[in-house]
Design a protein around this ligand. Structure first.
Ligand SMILES: [Zn+2]
Length: 368
């Protein structure tokens, strides 16, 4: 008898032969595709089959096709793992579970052809290494013991700015009270207080409560909205160290965006000493030099490399900025100074060493 996945409910306590064997389908699947470069699994149900895909080094790749019944067993196991007992009238839900020391976040959405599920790996920040040049790291270190400062990690979507921010937090969190407001949590960072704010509007309230908890460092994901941006800068100038991320192409456009949020130039000048911008570039697979092979699911990629741009905000720059000089003027004046950390020589070096492809090189060259 064909089961209709759209009328899905838990199979547990039902008379199922071979359930012991079937129960292992999910475990075996996760073991089979245990690869550090796979970040998500996608189960896409259709009438007769389920397409199973994965996000590998940023590319969506097809792993296999699963039978509808097999998938139903997988879904059951996932829901039980996430702590759901009986789901009769299925609604869109999410949850999380741990398997072999990996945390997974599962999200389920009912589609016209069944329940679509995505599993995202929630990694521990201790397993992440971001290589940063000594000049950048020494400037971050200068900031970390100060108060009334703000450090902005910027870049386009998917440039790894949150990863770098959490990596820095992890590196310096010892002996510091750290609160972070996140949506969603992307890394498990033991020893810091991670707070989820599901709604953008809640962030301001959460921030007010955090300020009463004697924080040394406040970490906030993505500044998106004017009022919150202002509040964040006020918290910074009243004596707190704040880290946040911002969507921007380059370090000078960060200044532009913050100005457009209506933050007072005086506050910006006072608290901003360093802006980082970055790109996350897929690294050529060392087994096939980017041509595609069994080690890299034929994508030619294996892991990522980070390229940083940095702007150390000098007294002169603060003065120009306070006097209302245009971003163009500031960019022209400071781009050739020793206060600017140019990403392009590093990018060129990675290309010359064969670490990144020609396409990645030229795309990123023009992206700053
Ligand atoms: Zn390969």
């Amino acid at each position: 008898m064909k089961r209709k996945p759209s009328n899905f409910y838990l199979l547990y306590n039902k008379d199922l032969k071979n359930y012991e064997v079937e129960e292992n389908i999910l475990d075996n699947f996760l073991k089979k595709y245990d690869n550090e470069n796979i970040t998500d699994f996608h189960f896409e149900p259709h009438e007769e089959k389920v397409d199973v895909k994965a996000r590998y080094c940023g590319d969506l790749i097809t792993l296999e096709t699963m039978g509808v019944y097999e998938y139903e067993v997988v879904l059951n196991k996932l829901l039980i793992n996430c702590g759901y007992d009986i789901v009769k009238d299925f609604e869109n839900i999410d949850g999380s579970f741990n398997f072999q020391n990996v945390n997974y976040r599962a999200s389920f959405v009912r589609s016209s052809e069944g329940i679509s599920c995505v599993l995202r790996k929630l990694r521990n920040i201790n397993d992440i290494k971001v290589f940063m040049e000594p000049l950048i790291l020494s400037n971050v270190e200068k900031l970390i013991d100060q108060k009334s400062k703000m450090l902005i990690f910027s870049g386009p979507t998917g440039s790894g700015k949150t990863t770098t921010m959490q990596y820095i937090v992890n590196k310096f969190k010892r002996k510091r009270k750290v609160h972070s407001i996140e949506n969603p949590i992307e890394y498990i960072n033991p020893g810091i207080i991670q707070i989820v704010s599901k709604i953008e509007e809640d962030k301001a309230d959460i921030l007010k409560y955090i300020l009463r908890q004697d924080p040394d460092l406040i970490v906030v994901g993505e500044i998106r909205e004017e009022n919150f941006a202002k509040l964040l800068f006020e918290s910074s100038i009243t004596g707190h160290l704040v880290f946040s991320t911002l969507h921007a192409k380059n370090v000078f456009l960060v200044l532009q965006r913050l100005k457009m949020f209506g933050i007072e130039v005086r506050n910006l000048s006072e608290s901003l000493d360093l802006i980082l911008n970055q790109r996350l570039i897929p690294r050529n697979c060392p087994f096939c030099q980017g041509n595609g092979c069994q080690h890299c699911y034929n994508t030619g990629k294996k892991g990522f490399i980070t390229v940083f741009e940095g702007l150390i905000i000098s007294k002169n720059l603060k003065k120009d900025f306070s006097q209302g000089k245009s971003i163009n003027f500031i960019s022209e004046k400071y781009k050739n100074s020793d206060r600017y950390i140019d990403p392009l020589p590093v990018l060129r070096k990675f290309f010359n060493e064969g670490l990144i492809s020609e396409d990645q090189y030229s795309n990123n060259l023009s992206s700053f």
